[in-house]
Write a protein that binds this ligand. Sequence first.
Ligand code: DGL
Length: 268
Amino acid sequence: MITKQAPIGIFDSGIGGLTVAKAVMNALPEEDIIYFGDTARVPYGIKSVDTVRKYGLQVTDFLLRKGVKMILIACNTVSSAAEKEIKEKCKDIPVLGVIEAGTFAVSQLNNPLKIGVIGTLATIGSCAYDKALFKLNSRISVFSRACPLLVPLAEEGWTHNEIAEQVLHVYLDEVKEQNLDALILGCTHYPLFKESISRVMNGHKMTIIDSAEAIAGKAKSILQKTKMINSNHHGSFECYVSDKPQRFQVLAERFLGKELNQVEVVSL
Ligand code: DGL
């Protein structure tokens, strides 16, 4: 039986999903979280749909073995390739994906008609955002751009240096000219570049959508509705990776601004 004391499972190919974990810690500080980063196989975004689906399902099995009460797919690439299959596997617990959350965030804007999406090659190639936004409002037009170098830069910890800014210029200068109402950061690694992105977008007023807060809000409302909120408890954060735990720990602690107990290596 899954109880309200069970942890929430969150996963990504690497450190990007920590942007979601951080938002969940803020929205639900009493919940225990189990995080998995597939550091042996990051990046996912340059791989085929079949490969990403296989990885996503393997990580899901790991989280189910850990007895989680809910899974947050903190990876747009997996959401675009395998959300349906992951939901089918997890019949007894809710599964939330970042693409749905990002689309919900757009629905909260005042009459958005031109939306930009940046993401991995796999996410942009899947047209998952185009389809979700079309469903939301068929008058919305979408301008997409894959930014494949951003994930390796983020995994290297290079989010706020000159190289990162130059790369962002190459990707975003064209995006800037589109008169967008909003730009979706369609990869959970990208909010790590938030300040550099704002600098590069300098002067261009558009809402920047990071789906982390939207997915954390949705998780909270589902747990409330199903009476599965864990309370009177200081939430713990357990971290697992598939390779190089020390390196992950340094980057994770820097981003989360707190010390982590131990990052454990598991093979899936
Ligand atoms: N952070 C992930 C995403 O949201 C995965 C990026 C990657 O591994 O390429 O798409």
